[in-house]
Ligand binder design. Structure first.
Ligand code: HAS
Length: 551
């Protein structure tokens, strides 16, 4: 064990910074969850929004607040906690930069949220041009990103300090992972910052009249795909490092975990075209290349699945399990810190399979822009990732607030996880099925003039409403648990679980810490995958688009 990974508790001052991020994240869960409930009710055809509130306004609230705000704030808080715990307490300067970042992100969030609530920015979370929002919305999003860079700087500075103090040593695994995710995020957000600052902001201010839609979507997806791995990697941090400790087992291999994170850094970014397979203006050869790279980014997830199975099986066998699946019974099913993220892992198997369908160029033609895709991302981000974040909160929030996860709350947490699994099976299952029948995504309820095909979708839309309502109950339960763990649970000590590798003698190769090498390959891959298609999109652009406000 390295000396700095012996930090028993996250320092109180660091804990405050982490909790500040969590407060925003859980407020976002409330607001976004409510919007989600309203949406499924509207889409069932049995309910209309009151007071002239628009469906697309609510959909924008839901996507932005859950997809961008909840995730970014939770992840930044979680990574700060992980680094503080394993690389040591932040210096005052590092923490100050973290606080500055937190406030910039919060101000940006409020600005964007106010514009959506005023119905000035009902452009959905992808804010595709030529839909045009109020400039304050774009400004708000810019601030969220700039703020996240500042918080990321805190992590990078701590990592650098640790490396200086421990020359020749591999950094603590959790710190390493948080660093990789921070670097991926930084490289990826350059794309969205570019489209917002160079295209959308001046366009919404009237400084330029038209916008090149192809370029703006390409820059968005250059960011949009690594964005989903930015959500996923913190869940993988919990799966690789915390879950083994919680069950009483070991990390299968420290080096394998690092390698899978490096592969994410390399392959997460040059794959954005798999979101644009049906868009004109991009040569199919470049789409094909990015589909191949997409299949490469599946490999680290398969490595993760392998490693998790190995951890579970080794632990089960060490407890006397026999037979092919005997280990399954030995897992601590009554511990919500394990079971709730485990439901997330289970969901990630069909979720990942769905992703592979999406990425397959021809099959994408069947599912693209149908509600199948919505079903896919409710299994990935809204189950695998979010249930893992909830599982983390069950021990991290009391650890930070000096309280205990009681038996009663543990039980409620389990119920919350089961409810989520049931609600999501209904909702996401129905979305997948309706999508295959052609039901569009991003659309309010419509009978499409009584078309026979549209009537086929209605039973599935009712199933979505049933599932969505169960999910909303689970959200309320989660909020109750969060408030309890933050303010009311009995005082005490809650463990911050950090697993150890099965073979402690195995030292991770130092080449994993060679950032010039990894960032160099990352940049080369990006240049290779994007330079020519982007030049093409600019040189052979159709006339630019004026802004539209269709709501
Ligand atoms: Fe995706 C669209 C392809 C993963 C999120 N995706 C989306 C959108 C979102 C999203 C939000 O190629 C919609 C964007 C929009 O608004 O338009 N996705 C993939 C592929 C993967 C993938 C190939 N997606 C994710 C993750 C997300 C996410 C992760 C969020 C966190 N996705 C696509 C494509 C589209 C797309 C196309 C565009 C569709 C279109 O046309 O618009 C892969 O990374 C998936 C790999 C995963 C696996 C599974 C590994 C399983 C593990 C669990 C092990 C379980 C254990 C427990 C050990 C190979 C690690 C088991 C125990 C037992 C006892 C059984």
């Amino acid at each position: 064990m390295l000396k700095t990974s012996l930090n028993l508790k996250v320092d109180r001052r660091d804990a405050k910074l982490v909790m500040a991020h969590f407060y925003v994240a859980f407020i976002a869960l409330l607001v976004g969850g409510l919007a989600g409930l309203l949406q499924v009710l509207v889409r069932s055809g049995k309910f209309e929004l009151p007071a002239g509130i628009g469906y697309y306004q609510i959909l924008t609230v839901h996507g932005v607040v859950l997809g961008l705000v909840l995730t970014t704030f939770f992840i930044m808080g979680f990574q700060l906690a992980a680094v503080s715990k394993t690389a040591g307490t932040f210096t005052n300067k590092q923490r100050l930069i973290g606080w500055i970042g937190f406030w910039i992100m919060t101000i940006g969030t409020v600005a964007a949220a106010v514009m959506i609530l005023l119905n000035e920015a009902s452009v959905l979370y992808t804010f595709y041009a030529p839909l045009q929002a109020h400039f304050v919305f774009y400004l708000g999003l810019t601030l969220v990103i700039v703020g996240s860079w500042a918080v990321g700087t805190t992590i990078i500075l701590k990592y650098a300090e640790w490396r200086r103090a421990n020359p020749g040593q591999p950094s603590p695994l959790l710190t390493f992972m948080a660093l990789v995710n921070t670097m991926m995020w930084t490289v990826a957000t350059i794309g969205v910052a570019a489209t917002v600052l160079i295209q959308l902001l001046p366009w919404s201010l009237g400084l330029i009249e038209t916008v090149n839609v192809g370029v703006s979507r390409t820059l968005f997806w250059y960011f949009g795909h690594p964005l989903v791995y930015f959500w996923l990697l913190p869940a993988y941090m919990a799966w690789y490092v915390m879950i083994p400790k919680i069950i009483g087992g070991k990390i299968f291999s420290d080096s394998l975990a690092r390698m899978s994170f490096i592969l994410f850094l390399l392959f997460s970014i040059p794959v954005g075209f798999h979101h644009q397979l049906l868009e004109p203006g991009i040569d199919p050869a470049w789409k094909f290349l990015q589909v191949v790279l997409t299949f490469l980014v599946i490999i680290p997830s398969l490595m993760t699945a392998f490693s998790l199975f190995a951890t579970f099986e080794s632990y089960g066998r060490s407890q006397g399990a026999t037979g092919l699946f005997g280990w399954f019974k030995k897992l601590p099913w009554k511990d919500a810190r394990f079971t709730v993220p485990f439901i997330g892992m289970l969901a990630f198997i069909p979720a990942g399979a769905g992703g592979i369908v999406n990425a397959s160029h021809q099959m994408n033609q069947v599912v693209h822009n149908t509600i199948w895709v919505t079903g896919h991302f409710h299994l990935t981000v809204a189950t695998a990732v979010v249930l893992t974040f909830f599982g983390v909160s069950f021990w991290l929030v009391p650890h930070l607030t000096g309280r205990k996860l009681t038996k009663k709350i543990n039980k409620l947490a389990l119920i919350q996880g089961y409810l989520w699994a049931i609600g999501m099976t209904f909702m996401s299952g129905a979305m997948h099925a309706a999508g295959l029948l052609g039901a569009p995504r991003r659309s309010a309820y419509s009978e499409y003039g009584g078309a026979a095909q549209a009537t086929e979708w209605i039973p599935y839309q009712i199933a979505q409403a049933v599932g969505g309502s169960i999910l909303f109950i689970a959200i309320i339960l989660m909020l109750y648990i969060f408030v309890n763990l933050a303010f009311f649970a009995p005082k005490g000590e809650e463990e911050f679980p950090v697993g150890e590798a099965a073979n402690p003698a195995e030292k991770a190769p130092m080449v994993f810490e060679n950032w010039k090498l990894w960032l160099g390959i990352t940049v080369l891959l990006i240049l290779f995958a994007y330079t020519i298609p982007l030049i093409d999109l600019i040189q052979n652009a159709p006339p630019g688009a004026k802004g539209y406000k269709l709501w």
